[in-house]
Structures are given as C-alpha cells and as structure tokens.
Ligand binder design. Structure first.
Ligand code: DAH
Length: 341
C-alpha cells in the first residue's frame, strides 16, 4: 500500500508541474484529491486493513493529500501571476537588427560601376595562379630581383607544368595576359577586381587584400587615354575637384611606367600638414610593355594599351572623410569597428 501511495504521489506531482492552465490544474486536483479522487478511494480501502495498520496508512494518505494540495496551490500562483503580466501597447517595438555590406564589398561595387559605365567588363581570374601569369608573362623572368617586391606565397603543390609553380595571386596584373588570351583580338577593356595575397602585415598591409586592375588594349591607345580614364575615375570616386598626376616609375610590365597620385582633398594640391606636397599616392599604371602583349599573342606593332592596378582598401581609405588608423581592422570581424563605416 505504502508503495502504491508513493507512486501515486510522484505521478501526480509530475503532471501538476506540467500544467499550463488553471483549468488543467483543477482537473488534476479532482482526479487525485477530489471527493471521488484516487487518494480518497484509497481511504475507502482502509477497511480491508488489519486494525493496527489502519492508523499508519491513514496518516500517510492524509499527508500525501495535504502535500499535493500545497503543490497544486503553488502551481496555481505561478500560472496566475504569469498570465497577469502587464502589457503596454504604447512601448515602441524591438527593432530587428539590420546587417550591412562590408566596407570592401561596397568599395568593390562602387569601383565596378564607375568603370562599367565607360565600357569596362568585370572579369575574374584564379586566386591560386600559375607563377607564369603572375611573373614571366609580365616580363619578369624567373630570377629577376623585381619579383621580391611581391612577397609571394608559394603553394606547396605537386603540380608541375610549363607554367611553373603555383602561387596565391600577389597582384591582379596576373589577369592581364589571361584576358588577352581569352579575348584574342582587341579591343579589350578589362576591370579585374580580386583578392591578392602577400607576406606582409602591419598598419597599412594585410596578408589578404584586394586590387582592381584596369587594362585597355586597342589601336592607337596612348598615355592621353590613360590620363583621361584616371581623371574620370578620380572625379567619380573621390569627388569633382580631385585631379590625378603621373610620376615616372619603374614596373617591368609597363613602359613607360608611372605612380599615380591624387590631389589632396584638404589643400587641393597646394600642400598641407596632412599630405605635405599636395598629392597622395594611389598606385601603379603605365603603357603595356610589348613583351606582355606578345605573351598575350597580341601584335605590339598593331596594338597598344595601358594598365593600372591599385589596392581597393587603400583607395577607399583615401576617399574624403574615411580615415581608418589600421587597415587590419577591416578584417578583424569586430562589429563595433565595422559598424562605424
Ligand atoms: N601590379 C602592381 C602592384 O601590385 C601594380 C601595377 C603597376 C599594376 C603598374 C599595373 C601597372 O597594371 O600598369 O604593385
């Protein structure tokens, strides 16, 4: 009998705790401790017991009934206080969190659009590239010291081909010869925006960054076309007052080669505390070297072209008003930083 009472009690408690409404609870009260309930019917069975045991069992049944009643009333309190929660319909709702595009994605979209408006076609080439397209095809033979500047990551691969080793693209210029081989006959107006990799990490370098590379090849293309395109980009991306200037430089894949500067937005090219000389350095450009045209199976006697390649992050940081103290923040995944831009 004792075990029967205890298992009845446990069964009742389990069900009481599960209830979610007062009416459910009332039903259980009737089933277990009501006038015709399970515990009451046990009391009726007491007559069958020997007299000396009746008292003990009777006490146990009563105690059980009392403790079930207590549990039922505390569950009742719980249910009625939660249903009485005060609701104020005038409180403004909780706004859903809205995401936004990463700064670099926004920059890439803006840059693509500016060039697409004047007929450039956005292309993509492999991120894991043959050394040939990154260097030899760009007039940098195997042992040329200029290659050191690209701080290249080499991929440890068993693949061996006439194109040499595999590398992580150190610059988007590796798309130049690929594009010439794809299009075959000019005109070419390519804009290649892609991830690049170099073994450098400090306030102004990340091991993975982005570049955008323009390449135009056609008949009678000259420096005038290059300068016009760069000025068009500067005005559209940085603002109407900005100008570009070309400074002689040396790249193996362009001849002549230039570094492109943009007029400082604070002093307009006159020179100030920030820029010192009035100009800020943007990136490289030049007239495509005949050897590069030849690597792309294009006749340098018939065609000429210009190219330029700049860092997306760097260029975006030069846009007025956006100053990022450490370029590595862009890839830190820290939303508190990213949300500011
Ligand atoms: N690829 C060069 C770099 O990563 C940048 C560059 C210079 C690209 C001159 C060009 C160019 O297309 O003509 O530093």
């Amino acid at each position: 009998m004792r075990e029967e009472i205890i298992s009845l009690k446990n069964e009742a408690i389990a069900q009481i705790m599960e209830t979610s409404s007062i009416s459910e609870l009332e039903n259980l009260r009737i089933i277990y401790s009501g006038r015709n309930g399970k515990l009451t019917s046990l009391i009726k069975k007491l007559k069958e017991f020997p007299k000396d045991k009746r008292k003990q069992v009777g006490i146990l049944i009563n105690e059980t009934k009392n403790s079930l009643n207590q549990i039922i009333s505390s569950q009742k309190n719980k249910l009625s206080s939660s249903s009485r929660k005060w609701f104020d319909p005038t409180i403004p709702g909780i706004k859903p969190k809205l995401g936004n595009l990463h700064l670099v994605t926004k920059a890439i979209r803006e840059i693509s659009l500016i060039f697409e408006k004047i007929g450039f076609v956005r292309v993509r080439y492999p991120e894991v590239e043959w050394g040939y397209f990154a260097f030899e095809a760009l007039n940098m033979p195997k042992t040329h010291p200029a290659r050191d500047e690209w701080e290249t990551f080499f991929v440890d691969s068993k693949l061996n081909s006439k194109f040499g080793q595999t590398v992580l693209t150190p610059h988007t210029s590796s798309g130049q010869v690929r594009e010439m081989l794809r299009v075959k006959t000019p005109p070419i107006r390519m804009i290649n925006i892609a991830k690049c990799y170099r073994r450098q990490s400090d306030v102004s370098h990340t091991q993975m960054f982005h570049q955008f590379e323009g390449l135009v090849i056609d008949k009678d293309i000259s420096i005038i076309n290059l300068k016009g395109t760069l000025d068009y980009f500067a005005k559209n991306f940085f603002g109407n007052k900005r100008k570009t200037r070309l400074r002689p430089y040396d790249f193996r894949f362009t001849e002549p080669s230039f570094e492109v500067d943009i007029s400082c937005d604070i002093c307009n090219g006159k020179g100030c505390k920030l820029c010192k000389e009035g100009w800020l350095e943007l990136g490289g450009a030049g007239m495509v070297h005949p050897n590069v045209l030849k690597a792309g199976k294009i006749d340098p006697k018939k065609y000429s072209g210009f190219a330029f390649g700049w860092g997306v992050e760097r260029t975006y940081m030069m846009k007025s008003g956006i100053k990022i103290p450490d370029i590595r923040f862009l890839y830190s995944s820290d939303l508190n930083i990213l949300k500011q831009y």
